[in-house]
Structure formats: structure tokens, C-alpha cells
Write a protein that binds this ligand. Sequence first.
Ligand SMILES: Nc1nc2c(c(=O)[nH]1)N[C@H]1C(S)=C(S)[C@@H](COP(=O)(O)O)O[C@H]1N2
Ligand SMILES: [Mo]
Length: 312
Amino acid sequence: MLIRIQDDAHPIVPSEITSESLYRGRRDFIRAAGLGGIAFAAPAAFGAAPFSSIQKSPFSTDEKPTPQNSIISYNNYYEFGTSKDDPARNVGRFKTRPWTVRVEGLCAKPRTFAIDDLLKLAPIEERIYRMRCVEGWSMVIPWNGFPLASLLKQVEPLGSAKFVEFTSAADRASMPGLALPVLDWPYTEGLRLDEAMHPLTLLALGLYGEELLAQNGAPLRLVVPWKYGFKGAKSLVRIRLTDKQPGTAWNKAAPNEYGFYSNVNPEVDHPRWSQASERRLGEFGKRKTLPFNGYAEQVAKLYAGMDLRKFY
Ligand SMILES: Nc1nc2c(c(=O)[nH]1)N[C@H]1C(S)=C(S)[C@@H](COP(=O)(O)O)O[C@H]1N2
Ligand SMILES: [Mo]
């Protein structure tokens, strides 16, 4: 599939988009690092501190969190554009209230949750997680949220449920990126049920103790720290339990580059980028990428006996 980006003479195919954004990302990184001015859209509404209390979690890394400014200005959120500063700039018309997320499919009690009820559903935790994008950059993000498992338990998954599909919002009126056939919108992602129920798998509502900004996936997004960043679908409207492995947006766009599992794996390179090392935002030089992004002790057993070159 050959597509054209508006006002741009270069035809691009989906598989080239990430290298384009990586190229632009370097420029953005310099800005995010404070070497130039950065500007981003003000959030639609400033609320009072949204979480009545935040519990620290034993799952947090003790590595130093990436500055908030970088986390909210250097984003991948293609519904708002493909360069790193597009999301912060283009979210102005995107409304995150009222908001509901439908949890359905193979479960006894399908249910629609209002975002404000989710805030009450579980104690809000702080989970400081290493996050790594397949493009080769990483951050340490202090998320606020609760385990996806506590939401899924509410709807009582059936024995036949084996996978979970996640669907992001796709509102043409407020998401300019949807005008381009970059991905098969809406953005979808998927996990095996045991991955979805794993205690590290988080639904995030905030970061740094504040409600998520739209560019980070407000009001509710998935966070799976041992997988590449793209598994963390943003602005979720639907979570569906299913018996078949769901299709995922990136896999559909470039199946040879993005598999269903997408576990961080320094030994299996992406066709265009080595996965052996990474650049942490705010640092110079590179650090080694760890198997399962450093979470092997907790998650490697989920993949016992699987050939991770085949199931990439
Ligand atoms: N709906 C949606 N979710 C998405 C994306 C996207 O383009 N659309 N990009 C993914 C990618 S590639 C990454 S690396 C992370 C980035 O999350 P962050 O901007 O909050 O760091 O979001 C993921 N979730
Ligand atoms: Mo990514």
C-alpha cells in the first residue's frame, strides 16, 4: 500500500513511517532535552488532583523517572500525527469526558464502565516502569493506575476466553491523523489472557500523580512494560475477551516487522533496527536492552517452551 502524507511530496509505506518518525524524533529529542524551546497544547481541562490516594508498588523500578516534560511532549500517537511532537500539538479538540469503556465478549457480566467509576474501582497505584519503544528509545514512567486483572475480574471471563482485544478511540472530528491510512483504524492491540491477567499489566489513568494528558492516552490506556511500547493502546473505548488471537494494528500494517507478542527481546532484531541497545530519553549514549525489558524474572515463564524468534 502506497500512501501520501498531506503537503508532503514523499510517498511512504507504513513500514517506513517509524523510521521517518525516528529521524524526526532526533530533532524532537534535542528539544525535549531542553536545548530549545518546546510548546505543546494546554490540556483541555485542569482538574484538581484526581486521585484521593496513591499507593506505592513493589513492582516499581528504582531507576530515575524521565522528566515529566519529556513524557508529555515526545509521543507516539498516530491518530494525532506521526511525528513525536504532533500529539501534544494536535489533541486540542479531543474530549476525554464523558468517557466509557465497554468490557465485553466471552465473559459472564459484560459491562460499560464510566471513567469516573473506574477511578473508584481500585486503589490507584504508582508503578514506575521502564518503557521501551521498538524505535530504540526508552523512558522510565511513573504511571498511576490499577492492574487490568482487577477490571477483567469484574466481568467474570469465561473458560473459553483465551485472548483480549483492546480498541482505541477513533474520532475523525478530533483526531487529524485518522484522515491518513497510516494504520487500519481504529488502533487495536491484543494480549493472551494470561498476559492480560499478569499483575504487571496495568491500566493507566495518570502519570506523575496527575490525570493523563490526551497525548499519553487519556483517559485510560494499557501499559505492558515487558513489551514494546506499541502494545500499550491509548484512549481505550473497548476491551473484548475472545477465543481467537485478535488482529493488531501494527501487525496488519507490517506483519514481518510487528508480531503479536512483541516482547522486548535484544536477541531478535526488528528488520530495520537493532533491539540490542536503547537510548534513554534525557541521557546521552546507549544502554543495553534487557530481555523482557528487565522483567524476565516476572514474565519469562509465560513463554516457556516457545520459540521467541518465531513468536516475535
Ligand atoms: N491508539 C494508539 N495507541 C498507541 C500508539 C498509537 O499510535 N495509537 N502508539 C504506541 C507506541 S508506538 C508507543 S511507543 C506508545 C507511546 O506511549 P507514550 O507516548 O505515552 O510514551 O504508545 C502506543 N500506543
Ligand atoms: Mo513505539
